[in-house]
Structures are given as structure tokens and as C-alpha cells.
Design a protein around this ligand. Sequence first.
Ligand code: HEM
Length: 459
Amino acid sequence: RPKNFPPGPLTLPLLGNLLNFSQEKPLEDFERLRKSYGNVYSLFIGPRPVVVINGLKAMKEAMVVKATDFAGRPQDMFVNDITQNKGVILADYGLRWKEHRRFALITLRNFGLGKKSMEDRINDEIQYTIKTLEQSTGGTLSPQVMFHNAASNIICQVLFGARFEYNDDLIKVIVQCFTENAKMTNGPWAMVYDSLPITHSLPLPFRNAFKNYELVNEHKKTRVPGQPRDFLDCYLDKLEKRGNDGSSFSEELLTHYILDLHFAGTDTTSNTLLTGFLYLMNYPHIQERCQQEIDQVLQRNDRVSFEDRHSMPYVQAVIHEIQRIANTVPLSVFHCTTKDTELLGYSIPKGTIIIQNLTSVLREEGQWKFPHEFNPENFLDEQGKFVKPEAFMPFSAGPRMCLGEGLARMELFLFTVTLLKKFKFTWPEDTGEPDFTPVYGVTLTPKPYYMKVHLRSLA
Ligand code: HEM
């Protein structure tokens, strides 16, 4: 370890700390190491030094106060290889990342991120979800494909103006590919890949992640320059206008950029919704209290608006508590230091991989009234008003924080409220006890489950 580097467990030559982590429950290993070495500790992925940041104080200091020092992304790792070093999520801190992030924020806003038109798109998609649920009323349904495809459709509409039926074979394969990659990319197989370059060409499970998809060419055939229908058209217009201004936009990056946004906008929102409905079914008193508030505010109106959240403090608290407990992106996306820096008295050289343990903040004792239980009181004050503690960081913080936060929050609210207004969901007793332990990956996924669907007017 370099001088004054954060402490950490003993490392092995070549393997680094690979053997400190279990396949199924690495988050428990991260927590165990935090208890032994404190909120800022170090590890090695093969020969590469890593600093793990835990708890609100250290997280804020790194991501907000020293924002640019910690805003890089590691390069030459498994995840970079599968995305061929293109795209925006894994772009290192620099011109390409800045330009593409700015472009995404502006374009998503123009296409309605935070505005009515985006709300309409989400509400339109919800109608398909309702149809699927109606077909199952009185019976049971496995909601995995439905929620994954609904989230995928919303971002697909924005990106390339298309939606797919929930049983469409192409989208099933793509979403399945996302789910598998999300399990692989920060799991132990990725660590094997990053620690032992000799394994790269071996037929190990990580080979499955090197698949891709192509939607751009088809789209190009039908576009009218200057009349963008969607995100993809906006990018193609930008390319035509760009000239020789030295900007980083290129057609080569486009497929990966779209893929990045499609992936980031699908697996996250859908797994949060899946976790939400798993808990709502198993905490019926919380589900009922939400329904009371929804009925009171909406009365006979079936169309929910994002503005309604201001009149629904309890529902807001429940959705935030779902996000806290779902802990959908538990280790964020790995960062990297952009220069030699310091954190809480430790020295961290440029190029050190940074793992933000968001789990440690979302469950931190002292920051939450009930850190270890599902309890909406975590977001309510004594008067029953909605409050958002600083430690609520499921989207991370600082310059790299999630750029889809606005879209995600709107989706979570509109889906939860619309579905709870129309249906009551119960846990099918004949499927045994619920298992709340998620499956680990870049995104945490609830184990597949069934829900019993009742029309509320008949419930
Ligand atoms: C509940 C839903 C979501 C959660 C919990 C979530 C969480 C996160 C987290 C933790 C990061 C890493 C931030 C960091 O490295 O500091 C991230 C990055 C990102 N997210 Fe999300 N996200 C969600 C939905 C979305 C959606 C709907 C989009 C689609 C537009 C999206 C697009 C992105 C992108 C592009 C990045 C990379 C940002 C960058 O590197 O500058 N996310 N997200």
C-alpha cells in the first residue's frame, strides 16, 4: 500500500483481495471489512488499488466537497471491455463524458424529462401494464417481465420512439441480456477477469457479457434531418451540424451511448418497482394507508399527475422508503481518482479505483430512525410531513450522480400510485414465505415471485 493509504485486509499476489468476497453475498463482506477497518478502507483488485468509501460523512467529503477529484471512471477493466470503452456511464472524466452527459440532460429535458410530455408517455405505458394486470385479476401473476418491459418501453420511446409488446421476443432477449450483465459486471467473475488477464480468452461465464445489439441503422432509414422524433434523431442531427469543432460526438459512440441509457433506465427502475410491490404485498397495512391517501387526493380521477405527489406525503414516504430498502445500485458505479488527493486524512493517489458503498449510507445507524427495517416513518416528521434525510442517496451524489433521476422518480410515483388506485395486491399464501433477500449484481434484483391481483372496486 502507498504511504498513508487507507488500511485494509492482507492481499495476495496476483489475486489481490479476490478471496475476501463470496459469490452470493459480497455486500456482507464489504460491511464486515468496514467494521474492521473503518469508513475509508482499501482493497486490491489484482494489482490495482481500490478505496472503499462508507457512511455519509466520507461520501459527502469525496463526492460533493472534492467532487472532481473523485469523478473519474476506472478504465481497462471488464466493464470497459464489454462496452468497448464507449458510452457515457463508463467514460472517464473529460471532454467526452462532459459533452455526452450535457447532451443527455438537455435532450431528455426537451423530450419531456421533468415535463408533461414525459408524464404522458409514462401514463400511456401504464395503460399496458394495467391491461396485463386486468387479465390476471382474481389470479396470480409473475410481474418480472411486465415491470422490466414497462421500464424498458419508457426509455425506448424516448431513445428511439418505439415500444415493444411485453411478449415480444427481441425485447425479451435484450432485457434478459441486461439482467445477466448486471449480475456479472461487478460480481466475482468480473473480479477474476480484472485480477487475472490470462483468463480473458478462457470459456468462463463472463464471455456471455460480450454480446450487443444494433438498433441504430434501422432507425436511420426513416429519419428526416432537422425534425427529430427522439433522442437518437437528436444525436444524428448534432453529428451533421458538428463540422470540425473538435467535439467528441461520433456515430461510433452512438450505439453504445443508446445501449448505456437503455440499460441504465431499465434494470434500475424495474428492480425498484419489483422490490416495492414485494414489500407492499407483505406490509398490507402500508399498502392500505397509501390507498386511503390516494383515494382522498384523486377521488374519482384515474389519471395521476406527478404534481399530485405534493398532496401525498405518506405515499412519497413509502416510495422513498422502497428506494432506500431496495438499494438498487448498492455499490454505485465504480469511480476513479482524477488526481492525487486526500480523504479524511488518508492520501489517495491518482488512478485509484473508488467504490462508493451506497448501502452503508442507506442503512447507516444514526442517519435513520429505523435503519434496518422497512418503515416509511424514516421519511416522515412528527406532523406526518414528508422529509428527505441527507443520507437518502440511491442516485449517488456529485457530478457523476444518476442523470436519469428525474425520469426514475416520475416513473416510480406514477406506477405506484396508478396501480395502487386500481388494484389491491396480496401475497399468494400457497407460494410459501416471501424471501426479501435480493440477488446481487450492479443492480440488486428481488428473487422471482408471484403476486395475487384483485380489482379494488371488487376487493
Ligand atoms: C430507480 C432508478 C435508478 C437508480 C437507483 C439509479 C442509480 C444510479 C447510480 C447509483 C448511478 C451511479 C452514479 C455515480 O457513479 O456516482 C447512476 C448513474 C447513471 N444513471 Fe441511473 N439510476 C436509476 C435510473 C436511471 C434512469 C431511468 C436512467 C436513464 C436515463 C439512468 C441513467 C444513468 C446514467 C447515464 C448514469 C451515468 C452517469 C454518469 O456517469 O455521468 N438512471 N444511476
